[in-house]
Design a protein around this ligand. Structure first.
Ligand code: SAM
Length: 224
């Protein structure tokens, strides 16, 4: 509904560069052109009553059908399945993704049931619309496309790659406002640094994300 919402993020930083360099292509479809009547209406009152309006199925269907390369259709919904890194990994290997952004109280369920492959949520909270979710997915997918990140190694060892969160990071100066970086990181002992990093990843995951920690398989289970 708000194509202008996407303009600046799609022109900024590595996503903007990937688009400018034609490594990826992002086409924004203005839903309003498929609205009903002279007012190009996209919403109507919910059957059964209740507060708020619901996006009608037909304009959404026409918008999705207007896409030249149909591809894999993802609808953003606060009530969708939680988005995971593995979804982004999977989608980065798909040639054409169609990302559908809701507004109002959401979309007519018949559209979701019949024209969408997956419904995903970017977190356990409610936003005004799906555009921020679409931008999150675009960033997450585009950075995985070969050639976008200067150093492809930067995705190795990141949070969520092996069920663990990333360890804390530090850069110069070695002492900042009286706080020194951990001694081990300036020791030059790479074996100890690797072991420290691993312990930090495990401790962080255990304390910040007990849900992830509980799912850790044998490979990422505690070393202590
Ligand atoms: N009534 C809905 C509910 O309670 O689940 C919330 C609708 S929300 C105000 C409007 C639109 O924002 C949704 O259709 C969806 O596209 C988007 N949205 C809101 N929260 C989201 C989230 N956590 N993840 C993905 N999309 C979200």
């Amino acid at each position: 509904m708000f194509p202008e919402y996407l303009e600046s993020p799609l022109a900024t930083s590595l996503v903007g560069k990937a688009i400018a360099d034609a490594v990826v292509e992002v086409d924004v479809v203005d839903l309003r052109q498929f609205g009903a009547g002279v007012h190009r209406t996209l919403d109507d009152a919910p059957f059964g009553g209740g507060a708020g309006m619901v996006m009608m199925a037909e304009p959404l269907a026409q918008a999705v059908e207007s896409v030249e390369e149909p591809g894999h259709r993802v609808l953003f919904a606060a009530a969708g399945s939680p988005l995971k890194q593995e979804d982004l990994d999977r989608w980065a290997g798909i040639e054409h993704l169609v990302l559908v952004c809701g507004r109002y109280e959401g979309v007519d369920e018949r559209f979701a049931d019949s024209m969408v492959d997956e419904e995903v949520s970017i977190g356990d909270y409610v936003l005004l619309g799906g555009e921020a979710a679409a931008l999150a997915v675009i960033e997450g997918v585009v950075r995985l496309v070969p050639g976008v990140l200067g150093n492809p190694e930067s995705v190795v060892g990141e949070s969520y790659r092996d069920g663990l969160l990333e360890e804390p990071q530090f850069t110069r100066p070695a002492e900042w406002r009286g706080i020194a970086v951990p001694d081990v990181l300036v020791s030059g002992n790479h074996g100890e640094i690797d072991a420290w990093r691993r312990r930090q990843r495990e401790e962080r995951t255990r304390s910040r994300r007990p849900d992830l920690w509980a799912q850790s398989d044998d490979e990422s289970s505690p070393t202590t």
